[in-house]
Design a protein around this ligand. Structure first.
Ligand code: FER
Length: 278
């Protein structure tokens, strides 16, 4: 277990050079969908360069606007990314915020249990539509070793599900404040062993091997996900060679269930995946 570090206030302030947020529209199963994309300053300065890509899924009832605070970037997350990159802590990355909601899923906007049916299968849309659309329109390094999937709350459920069933598409995972619901809602708490078995069996079935992925799992002791996520992560850490302290980093804050705390987790995790040169 490592302690989460708070992002210092000055990292929430604008810096230069700065990246920008673009909108991406793409089609999935006949529907036009929208995602936001953070393009680092280096992409504008060096149009020939390509970058790792971080995909972040919002929480239940949310949208693709949540992490950045809309296309205007009101959450301050882009400033944190700009500062980390300018200080040489983080390699320039693209950050994409898709949504697992689509037409006809209004019920899932209200009920986390119904959202689960969408987060469980998000990996299909991720592989079939999101990755191809991003990599056609933005300078992404188009391989598994340069892709991160992360998310908050139900977005963490989407993250664990992508690791389970779609792990050939990405090497790095950042579940924040959410456990894996394949067995039951909050199965990490009430069905810990079975939840971990299902995760590992699914990964094995999808052709993953131990050592071929890295997870940075984070939450806070006052978070509603803590009672479910903690036993799950602790049990996974007993399941070498699949999970070891080297490929499953368990990061704990004293925070609660909110995007502000995700900002800290993102700032701590991304430099582990893609360190800068400083
Ligand atoms: C969890 C705790 C809460 C979790 C999800 C939630 C996927 C979501 C709650 C909601 O959307 O109301 O451990 O894991």
């Amino acid at each position: 277990m490592i302690e989460s570090e708070r992002v210092p206030a000055e990292m929430l302030a604008p810096t230069s050079p700065a990246g920008e947020i673009r909108e991406l529209f793409y089609e999935f199963e006949g529907e036009r969908k929208r995602a936001l994309v953070y393009l680092p300053a280096a992409a504008k300065a060096s149009p020939e360069k390509r970058f790792p890509t971080v995909y972040l899924c919002h929480g239940g009832g949310g949208s693709e606007d949540d992490f950045f605070g809309g296309a205007e970037g009101k959450s301050g997350l882009t400033h944190v990314l700009d500062n980390l990159i300018n200080e040489g802590k983080l390699s320039p990355v693209l950050v994409v915020t898709p949504t697992y909601y689509h037409r006809g899923t209004e019920n899932a906007l209200v009920h986390a249990g119904a959202a689960m049916t969408l987060t469980e299968t998000f990996y299909r849309e991720f592989e079939a539509a999101v990755i191809p659309a991003v990599e056609a329109a933005f300078p992404a390094i188009p391989d598994r070793d340069h892709r991160v999937v992360g998310g908050f709350s139900m977005g963490a459920e989407a993250t664990w599900s992508t690791l389970a069933y779609g792990g050939r598409a990405a090497r790095y995972y950042l579940p924040m404040s959410g456990d894996f619901w394949a067995v039951a809602v909050k199965g990490g708490e009430d069905h810990t062993d079975e939840t971990c078995c299902v995760l590992i069996e699914a990964m094995e079935k999808a052709g993953l091997e131990p050592g071929s992925f890295t997870v940075f799992a984070a939450t806070g002791t006052h978070d509603i996900a803590y009672p479910a996520m903690r036993p799950m992560v602790e049990e996974l850490l007993r399941r070498a060679p699949w999970f070891t302290p080297e490929n499953l980093i368990w990061c704990v804050s004293d925070g609660w269930h909110a995007y502000d705390w995700c900002r800290d987790y993102i700032a701590q995790a991304l430099p582990v995946f893609f360190p800068g040169k400083a």
